[in-house]
Design a protein around this ligand. Structure first.
Ligand code: UDP
Length: 232
């Protein structure tokens, strides 16, 4: 099957994993494991960076020093990573979990060389713990990991179909933006991806696809260049 991007870093926001049932929803995990399986069956090599917004966002914790809040946020991504690994394993998908926060017995340390080997062998690599540093988000981690594993693109799952001139959840007239450069993204002050993340991606010519992730088959369509907005 023709894929636009074969080796890909999939950034899965934590909010896509939660539901009214709870912060880590079994149905959502199973849905994304199936999305990953479908793309892998089509020949994609997949690494994932999982967010933690369904559990803790450091900046949203009041009365908590930011450094501690962000550490709690990073720990949340590790919880999601453990859950995602199980969901992939249940589907029979070989996978490894690497964390930038040291957690022996739970996850291996981040090792780009080992990750690239695993990807080449058809294993899925789940990265948790963000960058391991406070004051940034998992978008930045996703760019760094994408570059480290030599991914051809970063594909970011969103709740809306791509980039818009205004927030489509607030304004129904917001017009979609099918394609723009990293520089244009930053100049327009768009909010779908963190500025820091887009700036690093731009410096290294890493394309970013933003697509609506909660529809069956959408991830594979994004890898085929058929849905989403492209920052390149
Ligand atoms: N975080 C951090 N450093 C990182 C990645 C994440 O401090 O490198 C913290 C930050 O507080 C963030 C939280 O972890 O709000 C959860 O990550 P994020 O908001 O990126 O999750 P997502 O929105 O993708 O679910």
């Amino acid at each position: 099957m023709k894929l636009h991007f074969r080796r890909v870093l999939f950034k899965l926001s934590g909010e896509l994993l939660g539901s009214r049932q709870g912060p880590v929803d079994r149905g959502a995990l199973s849905f994304f494991a199936q999305e990953v399986a479908t793309a892998r069956d089509a020949g994609a090599q997949l690494a994932l960076v999982v967010g933690g917004g369904n559990i803790v966002r450091g900046s949203a914790l009041q009365d908590m020093p930011l450094t501690a809040g962000h550490t709690m946020g990073m720990l949340g991504t590790l919880i999601n990573g453990v859950a995602l690994r199980e969901a992939l394993h249940v589907r029979g998908i070989p996978c490894i979990l690497q964390s930038s926060l040291s957690c022996p017995g739970v996850a291996d340390p981040v090792d780009p060389w080992r990750a690239r080997e695993a990807l080449a062998q058809g294993q899925v690599v789940v990265f948790a713990g963000g960058t391991g540093n406070p004051y940034v988000t998992t978008d930045t981690a996703a760019v760094i990991r994408a570059l480290s594993v030599e991914a051809q693109a970063l594909v970011k799952g969103s709740k809306v179909p791509g980039l818009y001139e205004a927030d489509p959840l607030k304004s129904q007239e917001a017009r979609p933006i099918p394609r723009l450069s990293h520089r244009e993204y930053l100049a327009r002050g768009l909010k779908a991806m963190d500025e820091a993340a887009v700036a690093i991606a731009g410096e290294h010519n890493l394309p970013i696809v933003v697509f609506k992730a909660d529809e069956r088959g959408a991830f594979l369509l994004a890898l085929q260049g058929k849905v989403g907005s492209l920052i390149a």
